[in-house]
Design a protein around this ligand. Structure first.
Ligand code: FES
Ligand code: FES
Length: 153
């Protein structure tokens, strides 16, 4: 089957029931998305399909028909995505394990809501767990990313 990932086309030989996460990591080499719980409960594996955040650990690859974007595909022309830039400036990450998923959920939120409220952030990010407790910094970084994005940076 053919998948479009981060703007590139990949032909893979996979059981259609294989979780998208394994196709990305093991067959395509995109190791940015992480395996956390495997049951759609933590968000570490979050990628986008046609711009919508999905839990790739629980989505059979055979059911994916849209373009997939991983954390490895959101920077463009050598420039970090505003969410990545804000994450760096706010020094959000601790162990870092959950952060690719957090960033992908934040990117999807800002694509929908340019200036999210605390409630918007809680609703959009509630499915992304962080054992290190970086939630206050995540919130600050999303607000900074919103400002960067609005300013066209
Ligand atoms: S690994 Fe997919 S939601 Fe936890
Ligand atoms: S930074 Fe360690 S789990 Fe989130």
């Amino acid at each position: 089957m053919r998948l479009t990932v981060d703007g590139q086309s990949f032909d893979i030989d996979a059981d259609p029931q294989m979780p998208l996460l394994w196709a990305l990591r093991d067959l395509i080499g995109k190791t940015g998305p992480k395996f956390g719980c495997g049951i759609a409960a933590c968000g570490a594996c979050t990628v986008h399909v046609d711009g919508q955040p999905v839990r790739s650990c629980s989505l059979p690859v055979g059911e994916v028909s849209g373009a997939i974007t991983t954390i490895e595909g959101i920077a463009s022309a050598g420039k970090l995505h505003p969410v990545q830039q804000a994450w760096l400036e706010e020094q959000v990450a601790q162990c870092g394990y959950c952060q690719a998923g957090q960033i992908m959920s934040a990117v999807a939120l800002l694509d929908e809501v340019a200036d999210p409220s605390d409630d918007d952030i809680d609703n959009a990010m509630g499915g992304n767990l962080c054992r290190c407790g970086t939630y206050p910094k995540i919130r600050a970084a999303i607000k900074k990313a919103a400002a960067l994005k609005t300013a066209g940076l």
